[in-house]
Ligand binder design. Structure first.
Ligand code: ADQ
Length: 409
């Protein structure tokens, strides 16, 4: 059996998720009421039977480290681990100059572990994937590197690495974030995007990051500097993510992959979960998404006045443990643990992080309220764009974001 190692790139600054990343790394941003974004990629590895994971952290890594140590403690005697690797300046005085440099600066891990194959995956995507299928594909084709790919609408193509592939699956071209993305053959509306998930044979990865480190002009980035050159002289193959389902996965979920790179996509991906019949189904226990256990009591719903003016209820929503919906109503929303919604308030189409309190008679719509925020009684958010912009961050898609711990008056 091949010896495998997963190296998860979790060091990016995540500036497009501001203000949610003001105090935490992007992979540590809460998602779906119960989870952190990084839980999806780690669950994919654990569910695929790959139990050795190194998470390369850098920016604002404290919350990510905490989450990993609390949620992802593995069984040491079986040799299983998920370990955070902070930037340590092992090769000089620089932080990671880019994702390729993050691997270069940690080559000692590869020397120590001696894996045959190394998965280098991003940390900020929401999806289910059996990485063993990608490994089988890689081994069958004797690839030096395999890149996971998915079709995306052509207007989004400039945000991704765009691939052209031959009939045998071999990469023919790779353009990192091209201004004018080339369409897929026979489908002018779509282009084939790299998911930023790579599988390397160990020798290739080591050779490439060492070469890249010596190149002073390089951006030291996997997309820009490694993949866009490697396919020209080594067998690089393209793994079609959407063509491969996993056991227990519903057909409609096939190909579901979201790069939650900006707040509007982040917001919409959360809203996908509250659909009555969601495409991405958290309740599929054949491919569970693992996260931190906690000791909070169950969610509680109280008050139902006879005249129905005050009813504690939530519909089409995800409500985590420790929440109390006390005489307020919640609709199409995602609530993290320990949220309070008080009497006569209405919360709609919103995402409330841990420990948010909504006072009485508030009206909240299309908002993301970060941790430890108290909304005073009577406040309206999401109904008056000009007023919201004056007080809060509002995305181009019109979602109001209230940062962590903000004193709202
Ligand atoms: P981007 O997502 O723009 O494109 P990048 O910002 O490098 O690429 O992020 C990739 C991963 O690396 C993220 O998980 C990030 O946290 C991490 N990362 C970024 N800089 C890092 C650093 N200095 N140290 C450690 N980790 C770092 C990439 C590819 C595209 C592809 C998209 C898919 O370059 O080709 O289409 O991912 O989302």
């Amino acid at each position: 059996m091949s010896k495998l190692l997963a190296m998860i790139l979790a060091g990016g600054a995540g500036t497009r998720l501001e203000p949610l990343t003001r105090e935490r790394a992007k992979p540590a941003v809460p998602f779906g009421g119960r989870y952190r974004i990084i839980d999806f990629v780690l669950s994919n590895f654990a569910n695929s039977g790959v139990y050795r994971m190194k998470v390369l952290t850098q920016y604002k890594s404290d919350s990510l480290n905490n989450h990993l140590s609390r949620a992802w403690r593995m069984t040491a005697f079986l040799g299983h681990y998920v370990e955070a690797v902070p930037a340590q300046m092992r090769t000089g005085l620089d932080w990671y100059k880019g994702s390729a440099d993050a691997i270069y600066q940690n080559l000692n891990i590869i020397t120590d572990e001696e894996p045959d194959h190394i998965f280098v995956f991003g940390a900020d995507h929401v999806y289910r994937m059996d990485v063993r299928k990608m490994l089988d594909f890689h081994i069958e084709r004797k690839a030096a590197c395999t890149v996971a790919a998915i079709p995306v609408p052509i207007e989004q193509g400039r945000e991704f690495g765009i691939i052209d592939v031959g009939p045998d699956g071999r990469m023919l071209q790779f353009l990192e974030k091209p201004k004018d993305p080339p369409p897929m053959p026979g489908n002018p509306k779509m282009c084939l995007a790299s998911m930023g998930n790579y599988l390397f044979s160990t020798d290739t990865l080591v050779k490439e990051v060492v070469r890249d480190a010596a190149d002073e002009k390089s951006a030291h980035d996997f997309g820009k500097s490694i993949i866009s050159e490697l396919y020209k002289h080594e067998p690089v193959y393209v793994y079609d993510f959407a063509q491969n389902t996993l056991s227990g996965q519903e057909d409609k979920e096939r190909g579901y992959w979201r790069d939650v790179g900006n707040i509007d996509v982040y917001y919409q991906s959360n809203m996908d979960l509250v659909e009555v019949d969601p495409i991405f189904n958290l309740y599929n226990d054949r491919w569970p998404i693992h996260t931190q256990p906690n000791n909070y009591p169950p969610a509680k719903f109280v008050f139902a006045d006879a005249d129905n003016k005050r009813v504690g209820k939530a519909t089409d929503s995800l409500v985590a443990e420790g929440c109390i919906i006390s005489g307020g109503s919640v609709h199409r929303s995602v609530l993290s643990p320990k949220v309070r919604v008080n009497s006569y308030s209405e919360v709609e189409d919103s995402i409330l992080f841990e420990n948010v309190t909504i006072g009485r008679r508030c009206r909240i719509k299309r908002a993301i309220i970060d941790k430890n925020v108290e909304i005073p009684p009577g406040m309206t958010i999401g109904y008056d764009a000009a007023e919201d912009k004056r007080r809060f961050h509002v995305t181009s898609g019109g979602v109001v974001v209230i940062p962590k711990g903000m004193k709202v008056t």
